[in-house]
Design a protein around this ligand. Sequence first.
Ligand code: CTP
Ligand code: CA
Length: 225
Amino acid sequence: EASPAPVRDLAGVRVVVSAGPTREYLDPVRFISNPSSGKMGFAVAEAARDRGAEVTLVTGPVTLPDPAGVRVVRIESALELRDAVVDAARDAGIVVMTAAVADYRAATQSGEKQAKVAGDVTIHLTPNPDILAELGREKGDRVLVGFAMETHAGVERAAGKAQRKNADFILLNYPTREGTAFGGDDNQVTLVRADGSHEDWPRVSKREVAERLLTEAARLLPAAR
Ligand code: CTP
Ligand code: CA
């Protein structure tokens, strides 16, 4: 059956969405990563497209196909993600960071496959740049949205992140909410602002979370564009 024509409330707005995991290579055949499926970010990109936005989706390795009508940039590492997001964000109105960025990368990357040795090995990791915080330092009137998964003290921790990174809000979820978060089709999130104010949203599809996120972000866009 035909669905109603979407509201084109984001016509003329450039939206940048990051999605999926990053891969931090130790050598040519091994990397550190995480199980992010990319579903949340792809849902945001598709929802923004359907509301008339010009969308750039910067994504780590996921099994999802490129959404039609979206500029897709495929990256692997956090450093590549940063370059692509910062570049695309230059003239963006809304940036949504759903990517599960690895906090660390190998301090040195071997160009050759590392052979097994006897006994324990130590891997030296060095911090990756915080992309959302970097965007927050030159925020202008861009709307910045983050995601956070917490196991405890979620609202306090997410509010602290919103404040430190200068994000307008963070959508918080918990790995223990069944069928949500990593790999699931639904999500149950809490919207958290830097001042600690927060709203629990019901468990809904990731597409519906995306729609609500964009409605909230659109309200924060400067009136005259
Ligand atoms: N983020 C980012 N760059 C990083 C790490 C995180 O842009 N290097 C973004 C994520 O995409 C997300 C938000 O920041 O939107 C919060 O990520 P999270 O991992 O919860 O925050 P961290 O500051 O890394 O804190 P933690 O120590 O809890 O991992
Ligand atoms: Ca992190």
